[in-house]
Design a protein around this ligand. Structure first.
Ligand code: ACO
Length: 327
């Protein structure tokens, strides 16, 4: 029999340094007015010099452990969603395993860009559902400031650093993930990518000169695809769960752009007050967005047992994902 996986604890970590729109006005030709009206972002966090994705992920994981009193040695598995790993290998999950003392845990990274956390959550759920593992730590952590081209105003205003974590365990009587949808379209890799730095285009003086080791995005096309895919994924999850939007306590969308979120809200005919949005404070933290939102809702006491949440995301790949979760 499948065992449901519930979220037993949450944690988040945001670096101290705040980069405001006014700060960006001094770095590239932009304005607070443009950034706010086109994206909804006011400020974002930037990791300290030398602070890594695993440092941030470990801080978020530690908070989840402290909050729940779960012993790190009982963690069976760690899955880290990130597109900004500390190193090509070992995995960021292995660094985090050492930092939190989860000595019994298997550990691996999962890469689905901004959709990574939901891909990881669904993967983790399968291990619990099958009975293979009892306690799984899922982390979404990103140091996007390390892959952003700080000379490109089209992209550098959008992203921030941070991490979030959840611990999954079976809870008697809980339904956990009620439905999910994972998807990808590998024919559109070019519209959102970091072209160089892998084996396809190794770092050379030419690459560094062209700055092709940094994130590149066809903003308008990504915007269009994001609205379509997030809407489709949300509807698919609702249908599989056999529920209507009015049954949801919260919708947690990918925190990329308030206009994308408003477009999704409009298509689903759901009032914006049911959408949880914090992108004004953190920008797009990619795989870290959803667990940071979950932690904020949790610590603010805005989640009650039995509440239904819909999470829906979109990112490079292209990838998208949705999940209905019973809290
Ligand atoms: N400040 C001032 N002007 C700017 C800036 C800026 N920071 N950035 C771009 N502009 C200019 C452009 O150069 C353009 O000028 P032009 O008309 O003279 O060429 C003008 O503003 C309009 O640009 P648009 O591209 O039309 O602006 P748009 O309304 O599409 O907004 C944005 C751009 C915010 C990037 C939007 O397209 C967007 O949010 N796209 C989706 C991003 C996203 O969702 N990413 C999610 C996945 S991320 C991941 O997976 C890592």
């Amino acid at each position: 029999m499948r065992r449901s996986a519930s979220i037993a604890a949450t944690g988040a970590y945001l670096p101290e340094r705040i980069l405001t729109n006014a700060d960006l006005e001094k770095m590239v030709e932009t304005s607070n007015e443009w950034i706010l009206s086109r994206t909804g972002i006011r400020e974002r966090r930037i990791a300290a010099e030398g602070e890594t994705t695993s440092d941030m992920g470990a801080r978020a994981a530690q908070q989840a452990l402290d909050q729940s009193g779960i012993d790190p040695k009982t963690i069976d598995l760690i899955i880290v969603a990130t597109c900004t790993p500390d190193t090509a290998f070992p995995s960021t999950a292995c660094y985090i395993q050492a930092k939190i003392g989860a000595t019994r845990a298997a550990a691996f990274d999962l890469q689905a860009a901004c959709s990574g956390f939901l891909y990881a959550l669904v993967t983790a759920e399968q291990f619990i559902a099958s009975g293979a593992h009892k306690t799984v730590l899922v982390v979404g952590a990103e140091k996007l400031s390390s892959i952003v081209n700080w000379q490109d105003r089209n992209t550098c205003v959008l992203f921030g650093d941070g991490a979030g974590a959840v611990i999954l365990q079976h809870r008697e009587g809980g339904r956990g993930i009620v439905s999910f949808d994972l998807g990808a379209d590998g024919t559109q890799t070019e519209i959102l990518s970091v072209p160089a730095g892998g084996c396809r285009m190794p770092i050379t003086p030419e690459v560094l000169k062209n700055r092709s080791n940094f994130l590149q995005m066809a903003g308008k096309e990504v915007f269009r695809q994001a609205v379509t895919a997030m809407n489709r994924s949300a509807e698919d999850c609702l249908e599989k769960a056999g529920i209507k939007p009015k049954d949801l306590r919260w919708i947690i969308p990918h925190q990329a752009n308030s206009r994308i979120i408003e477009a999704v809200a409009q298509r689903l005919s759901v009032d914006m007050e049911h959408f949880y949005v914090n992108l004004d404070r953190y920008g797009n933290t990619s795989a870290a967005c959803i667990p940071i939102c979950l932690h904020e809702l949790n610590t603010a006491g805005k989640l009650k047992q039995g509440d239904l949440l819909l999470m829906v995301v979109f990112g490079g790949g292209l990838t998208w994902a949705g999940a209905v979760l019973e809290w």
